[in-house]
Ligand binder design. Structure first.
Ligand code: SF4
Length: 214
């Protein structure tokens, strides 16, 4: 069984509650969405078919227990849940970054899912699968990438849908890089008394302007 891989690299985890920790990233190829601000368009197509064993060997090289499966959209490939379960069984702490538009029901319950709800500025705000909320575990996280005030209001209005399923400190409000000043988003969160987590794309602060492999 093969999976199309775009890149495998060792970096700093930038977009989750594990932000700041060294992490191995497995970027899978293909995506079912076309977000306006996508910074990984190079992963929409192509990719190298790799056997699971080959992927395991590549990540073992880094001697790092934290692994994130990202994309593109990792669940676009039917084999991805199998890769996740293999890595969980091998003892890795596995994170899955997913765009929220595909069913997460086949994902190993020991994998931590970081699931987007796409805002209007992405052009894909209709894509979210509502049923996914009921499939979340307490360690999972939901992320909104917010580019403007309309996106902020959209995100805020979705909190009542999320609160029965997930603690608010696992809801990440992240400013779209270069589009919304951090202090403006912080001000809105504080003035509305929200309990969500202001979230930075740490890797973009460490390596500004570099797109691949960070
Ligand atoms: S879901 Fe992610 S990879 Fe796909 S288009 Fe949107 S930002 Fe890009």
């Amino acid at each position: 069984m093969t999976i199309n891989v775009n890149e495998i690299f060792h970096s700093i985890q930038g977009e989750s509650l594990d932000a700041g920790l060294p992490c191995v990233f497995i970027r899978l190829s293909g995506c079912n969405l076309r977000c306006s601000y996508c910074d990984t368009r190079y992963a929409w197509e192509n990719g190298i078919p790799m056997e699971l064993g080959e992927i395991e060997e590549r990540i073992a090289f880094f001697h790092c227990n934290l692994v994130e499966i990202t994309g593109g959209e990792p669940l676009f490939q039917a084999e991805t849940p199998m890769l996740i379960s293999r890595l969980v069984t091998l003892g890795y702490k596995v994170l899955l970054e997913t765009n929220g538009s595909l069913d997460i029901g086949r994902v190993d319950e020991n994998c931590i899912k970081i699931m987007d709800i796409k805002c209007p500025s992405s052009g894909e705000s209709e894509a979210f699968v509502l049923r996914n909320l009921s499939l979340l575990n307490p360690r999972d996280q939901i992320k909104f990438v917010i580019a403007d005030e309309q996106d902020y209001r959209f995100s805020k209005n979705r909190l009542p849908l999320i609160s029965p399923h997930l603690a608010m400190d696992h809801v990440l409000f992240s400013p779209a890089y270069g589009k919304l000043p951090l202090d403006r988003l912080a001000g809105w969160i504080l003035s509305d008394g929200l309990k969500v987590r202001l979230h930075l794309q740490l890797h973009k602060i460490i390596w500004p302007g570099i797109e691949k492999g960070v």
